[in-house]
Ligand binder design. Structure first.
Ligand code: SAM
Length: 230
């Protein structure tokens, strides 16, 4: 069983850097265009993209965001991210469960394709809320239980509002958390001082991206736009 999910990612990126091939697809996620427009509409200038990875999304966000920051546990991934953004992102090796940024440092924080890989969902959301300024926004996506990954993974925990799967089909033990109870999750967010302003559903297909996913696969996700209201 995967003991420390962030160590899995560091290992994947380290191997990828040696091979010269990225771990994740290089195109931005399909909803990043909408998020970029949202950030621009709200005049959010100082934005943190947490668990930024190799910067597939940051390369799009830097076009709208004047002061973009990115953090990740993997130094290898951050190196690729910096190159992809032509240095127009300030990166930091940091753990999203215990961020080193100041409280209220950002107009907005975003987290893409990453909450699903973190067992400490509540801790991560609390930390992202902390570093977002009052009235600022936190935007993130999370898969639902009809996501294809659940069909080829082992159910390892049922937490009530989330289920945890371990996807090890292709030899890499990656944790997948999927959302099973939207109402309970919305209540959880409001207990952190986050109001849900909008939820959008996205379905997309990714090509194989070895070594992590060897087959073509479909994603089913909800994108949450939340606002810090305390
Ligand atoms: C599926 S990748 C997504 C990366 C990027 N957001 C993207 O869309 O390509 C998940 C990312 O979460 C990062 N990660 C995992 N645990 C983390 C933690 N505790 N703190 C910060 N980043 C973490 C991994 O290193 C990896 O870059």
């Amino acid at each position: 069983m995967t003991r420390n999910e962030s160590e899995t990612w560091k290992g994947l990126y380290r191997a990828a850097n040696q091979d010269g091939e990225p771990v994740m697809p290089t195109e931005p996620l399909p909803f990043v265009e909408d998020v970029a427009a949202f950030l621009e509409t709200h005049d959010h200038e100082t934005v943190l993209e947490a668990a930024v990875g190799e910067g597939r999304n940051s390369q799009r966000l830097v076009r709208e965001v004047a002061d973009l920051h990115g953090c990740d546990v993997s130094a290898d991934a951050l190196e690729t991210c910096g190159k992809r953004c032509n240095g127009r992102i300030e990166t930091r090796e940091d753990d999203v469960r215990a961020l080193s940024y100041e409280t209220g440092a950002f107009d907005a924080t975003v987290l893409f394709d990453a909450l699903t890989h973190m067992r400490s969902v509540e801790l991560v959301l609390r930390e992202l809320t902390r570093v977002t300024r009052p009235e600022g926004h936190l935007v993130f996506n999370v898969p639902t239980d009809d996501d294809e990954a659940t069909e080829s993974a082992t159910l390892t925990n049922d937490y009530g509002l989330f289920r945890e799967y371990e996807y090890d089909v292709d030899g890499h033990e990656v944790v997948y958390i999927v959302l099973t109870d939207l109402d309970a999750f919305s209540s959880l967010l409001s207990s952190f001082g986050l109001a849900v302003r909008d939820i959008q559903r996205y379905t997309w297909t990714d090509p194989p991206h070895p070594p992590y996913r060897l087959r073509r696969h479909e994603h089913k996700n909800l994108l949450f736009y939340t606002q810090r209201i305390d």
